[in-house]
Design a protein around this ligand. Structure first.
Ligand SMILES: Cc1ncc(C[n+]2csc(CCOP(=O)(O)OP(=O)(O)O)c2C)c(N)n1
Ligand SMILES: [Mg+2]
Length: 334
């Protein structure tokens, strides 16, 4: 028998009760939404490739929860959590995944193409790292307008090995743009472990020559992450960007729903519980007496009920007309 692993340190050290409960509510909404999406995928009621962020909800909640509607977020192929935490209505996200007219993009985009201009979600993309140059352009536009709006772009550790990551970082640093680059480093790009596609262990090391602020944080420690991002956001708002935040996370599910995961050992259940950001924060909230067991159950049940309503909303929404696909090839004022 080895030495038992100690439980992780308290995650709520940096939080007050109200903030912690708000974060928990967001994380439950994302968790319940994605668990339901996994079921719907198995019965072919959602369409296209589905990538879930279960186990990484803390990053979306702690970061998007601190942004204003007029701050912009770009996401990638694992986008549901970012969209929900940024304020996209759950029912319209669900309708989009189910290919219905009332979806965020009228049912034509699906899981990897979520856009919600009203809440500053300027888009998810299936093109790995393709969102990073767009975010640089958006941050430049904010600078030219003289606004204090901040742009946040989420990407994975695999995106860092693309050419346009380097080109984007170079320009963002040169022009000192109000951009926060958030890397969710889960140690895998699809089925390939990080060690098989780069010799650079930490993403922070890859951008070190540019000398802008960069930190690696435990993405399952929501309290610490919240505090680090608050400081980054303050700097970016005051025009002191760019910044990079590397969040060390764990992908609980396969790369996509249906992935057989033959390439890796599953984390033992006990280890998963220890690192689950939602379970960690909830245990802390209970220990701090911000919440009791009944209150925690109510948070989960409330989220599940909201997700069921979203499924009903989506089912009641018609599929888009075939002609719409042609009509939307060109941009219009409508
Ligand atoms: C430009 C481009 N190259 C390859 C792919 C195929 N692909 C989809 S996801 C992925 C891995 C991305 O890994 P990472 O950025 O670490 O994100 P994660 O899936 O771990 O969240 C790849 C290579 C793609 N979608 N786009
Ligand atoms: Mg990855």
């Amino acid at each position: 028998m080895g030495t038992p692993t100690p439980p992780p340190a308290s995650t709520s050290a940096e939080l007050d009760g109200e903030t912690a409960l708000g974060l928990l509510r967001t994380m439950w909404r994302i968790r319940c939404f994605e668990e339901r999406v996994a079921q719907l995928k198995r019965t072919l009621q959602v369409h296209g490739l589905i990538h879930l962020s279960i186990g990484g909800e803390g990053v979306a909640a702690a970061i998007c929860g601190q942004l204003r509607d007029d701050d912009t977020v770009y996401s990638g192929h694992r986008a549901h959590g970012h969209a929900i935490a940024k304020g996209a209505p759950l029912d319209r996200v669900m309708a989009e995944l189910m290919g219905r007219s009332d979806g965020l993009c009228r049912g034509l985009g699906g899981s990897m193409h979520l856009v919600d201009r009203a809440h500053g979600l300027l888009g998810a993309t299936g093109v790995v790292a393709g969102n990073i140059p767009l975010a640089v352009g958006n941050a430049l536009a904010a600078r030219l307008r003289g606004s204090d709006q901040v742009t946040v772009v989420f990407f994975g550790d695999g995106a860092v090995q693309t050419g346009y990551f380097s080109e984007s970082v170079n320009l963002a640093a040169l022009w000192e743009l109000p951009l926060i680059l958030v890397c969710e480093n889960n140690g895998f790009a699809e089925f390939t472990p990080r060690s098989a596609h780069t010799t650079v262990e930490r993403v922070c090391d890859a951008v070190a020559p540019y000398r802008f602020p960069c930190q690696s944080v435990d993405g399952t420690d929501v309290g610490a992450l919240f505090a680090v991002f608050a400081a980054d956001l303050d700097l970016a708002r005051r025009g002191r960007g760019p910044l990079l935040l590397e969040c060390m996370t764990h992908r609980r599910r396969g790369h996509y729903e249906g992935d057989q995961e033959a390439y890796r050992d599953a984390l033992a259940d006990a280890e998963w519980q220890r690192r689950d950001p939602l379970a960690r924060l909830q245990a802390d909230a209970i220990a701090q007496r911000w919440l009791d067991e009944a209150g925690a159950g109510a948070l989960e049940q409330g989220a599940r009920a909201e997700v069921e309503q979203a499924v009903s909303f989506a089912r009641a929404s018609p599929f888009p007309a075939l002609e719409l696909a042609g009509e939307l090839v060109y941009a219009s004022e409508r």
